[in-house]
Write a protein that binds this ligand. Structure first.
Ligand code: ADP
Ligand code: MG
Length: 230
C-alpha cells in the first residue's frame, strides 16, 4: 500500500510541478497586465507607478518564459519524432524575434533522424539557447542552427555572431541566477542544461569575446531519463 502511494507521488517530479505552476501563474499575470494597461491613463495620482508595475510584471513573465516558453506544461510525455521537424519549427517560431532586431536566423539540416524523448522539454531547452543567441547578437548579425546526426546520437549546433563570453562568464554559464542582462533571469541556460542532461545528453559552450558563441547540444537518439530530473 505504502509503496503504491510512493509510486504515484513519483509521477510528479519537481520539474513537472514547476512547469504546471508556471503555466497557471502566467494566465492571471496576463489578465492583470491587460487591466493595468487599460487603467494607465485614468488615474493621475498614481501615474508614476505604472511603468514600474508593468516592468515588474514583465520580469515575472520572463522568469516563467525561461521555464515554460511556448511548450505546454504536459507531464513527461515520451514520443518518437523527427528532429528535423522540431528544428524547423523552432526556426520559424523564433524568426520574428530575430527579425525584429534585423538578425538572420537560418537552419541547416544535414539529414533527418527520429529521436525518442520528451518533445516539449527539448523544445523548451532549445528555445532558451536560441533566445540567448539572438539576445547576444547585434543588428544584422547571424544566428544559425545546424542539425547533424552522428551514429547513435544527434548534434544540434547553435552559432551566433554575438558579443561572446569571457572565460569567467563561460565558467559560470548554467549556474543559477547568473545573468549579464539588465532584465535577465539567469534561469534559461540552467533549465536547458538540466533538461538535456536529464535526457542523457550534453551541452558544450565555446565562445570568443566580440566574435560569437557556439552551443553544441549532443543528444542520444533514445533518451535515458533519470528519475526526478527536470
Ligand atoms: P538570461 O538570458 O536571463 O540572462 P540565461 O541563463 O539564459 O539567463 O543566460 C545566462 C547568461 O549567459 C546571459 O546573461 C549571458 O551573459 C550568457 N549567455 C548565454 N548564452 C549566450 C550567448 N549565446 N552569447 C553570449 N552570452 C550568452
Ligand atoms: Mg536567457
Amino acid at each position: 500500500m505504502k509503496d503504491e502511494i510512493r509510486r504515484s507521488e513519483k509521477q510528479h517530479t519537481l520539474g513537472e510541478l514547476a512547469a504546471s505552476i508556471a503555466h497557471e501563474v502566467r494566465n492571471p499575470l496576463t489578465v492583470v497586465k491587460g487591466f493595468l494597461q487599460l487603467m494607465e491613463g485614468e488615474d493621475e495620482r498614481h501615474k508614476h507607478y505604472y511603468p514600474l508595475i508593468l516592468s515588474e510584471l514583465s520580469r515575472a513573465e520572463s522568469i516563467i518564459s525561461d521555464y515554460l516558453n511556448f511548450a505546454k506544461p504536459e507531464f513527461k510525455k515520451i514520443e518518437t519524432f523527427s528532429i528535423a521537424e522540431l528544428v524547423t519549427e523552432l526556426s520559424i517560431l523564433l524568426n520574428p524575434y530575430a527579425l525584429k532586431d534585423g538578425i538572420s536566423l537560418t537552419h541547416l539540416i544535414e539529414s533527418d533522424v527520429k529521436i525518442t524523448t520528451d518533445r516539449n522539454q527539448l523544445k523548451q531547452a532549445l528555445i532558451n539557447i536560441l533566445k540567448n543567441a539572438v539576445e547576444a547578437t547585434p543588428k544584422e548579425g547571424r544566428v544559425s542552427i545546424k542539425l547533424i546526426p552522428e551514429g547513435e546520437q544527434v548534434k544540434i549546433i547553435v552559432r551566433d555572431t554575438g558579443k561572446g563570453m569571457t572565460k569567467e562568464q563561460l565558467s559560470r554559464i548554467g549556474s543559477l541566477f547568473f545573468s549579464t542582462k539588465q532584465q535577465g533571469t539567469g534561469l534559461g541556460t540552467m533549465v536547458s542544461i538540466r533538461i538535456i542532461e536529464s535526457m542523457g545528453g550534453k551541452v558544450e559552450y565555446t565562445s570568443k569575446i566580440g566574435k560569437g558563441t557556439k552551443v553544441s547540444v549532443a543528444l542520444p537518439l533514445i533518451s535515458s531519463f533519470e528519475e526526478d530530473s527536470v
